[in-house]
Design a protein around this ligand. Structure first.
Ligand SMILES: NC(=O)c1ccc[n+]([C@@H]2O[C@H](COP(=O)([O-])OP(=O)(O)OC[C@H]3O[C@@H](n4cnc5c(N)ncnc54)[C@H](OP(=O)(O)O)[C@@H]3O)[C@@H](O)[C@H]2O)c1
Length: 189
């Protein structure tokens, strides 16, 4: 599998969990390998590339089984590139991190790229799981619940470790979460 935006905060937690799982063959895609925050990436393949560069992305995605996108910035353009690259290479499973609040009206301007990216992924034929986490906290705890699309989003915070744990569970049982778009929060927060 491949992690796009592997230098990101949540990606770091996911990598820390996945490097201990022998059955997972991990490729890390990021703009600058020196920004990798993990201590042990000796078993990972590392590719320097830009998610806005279609050719770099397609080459990296080719042959993967799962794509996990932990990106920020021009997410709509990135989502379009990812869907095209996956379509052309026959890769089906994507986990895409968006944000809480993307279905609110009025939509907060800062969330427009997150909403547009989710729309692009949902309009694809891919086996997607879109996650809409609440605000991150660094608490060393795993405590989360999910809401489905159309249900009111709950809570106000989620620990980074909780979100990383959910992402790892999706990677291990992708069929359970296919074509789901889930809010993620700490219960009673
Ligand atoms: N903070 C919160 O409370 C919160 C709540 C809900 C959702 N979110 C969203 O959840 C997502 C994941 O969060 P996070 O904290 O892990 O984000 P993050 O640390 O900002 O990671 C995003 C990654 O995207 C990479 N990136 C940006 N442009 C790229 C490009 N053109 N090509 C390749 N990589 C690129 C960055 O890599 P570089 O090292 O190259 O810059 C960065 O490592 C983000 O979109 C975030 O906004 C955050």
């Amino acid at each position: 599998m491949i992690i796009l935006g592997a230098s990101g905060n949540i990606a770091k937690h996911v990598i820390d969990i996945l490097v201990n799982k022998d059955e997972i063959n991990l490729t890390l895609f990021l703009r600058n390998a020196r920004r990798l925050a993990n201590h042990d990436v000796s078993k990972c393949r590392i590719i320097e590339g830009n998610a806005l560069n279609f050719d770099q992305l397609k080459e990296a995605i080719n042959g993967q089984d799962i794509v996990y996108a932990n990106l920020a910035g021009d997410l709509e353009a990135m989502a379009k590139n990812i869907v095209k690259a996956m379509d052309e290479t026959g890769v089906k499973k994507i986990i895409f991190i968006s944000s809480i609040g993307i279905y609110d009206t009025p939509l907060r301007p800062v969330l427009i790229p997150y909403r547009k990216a989710a729309d692009v992924i949902e309009a694809s034929d891919l086996e997607y799981t879109i996650l809409r986490p609440t605000w991150f906290i660094s608490a060393n705890e795993v405590d989360y619940e999910t809401t489905r699309k159309g249900e009111p989003e709950k809570g106000s915070v989620i620990s980074q470790k909780s979100l990383a744990t959910l992402i790892t569970r999706i990677i291990e049982s992708p069929e359970k979460y296919t074509r789901e778009n889930l809010g993620v929060n700490k219960p009673n927060s």
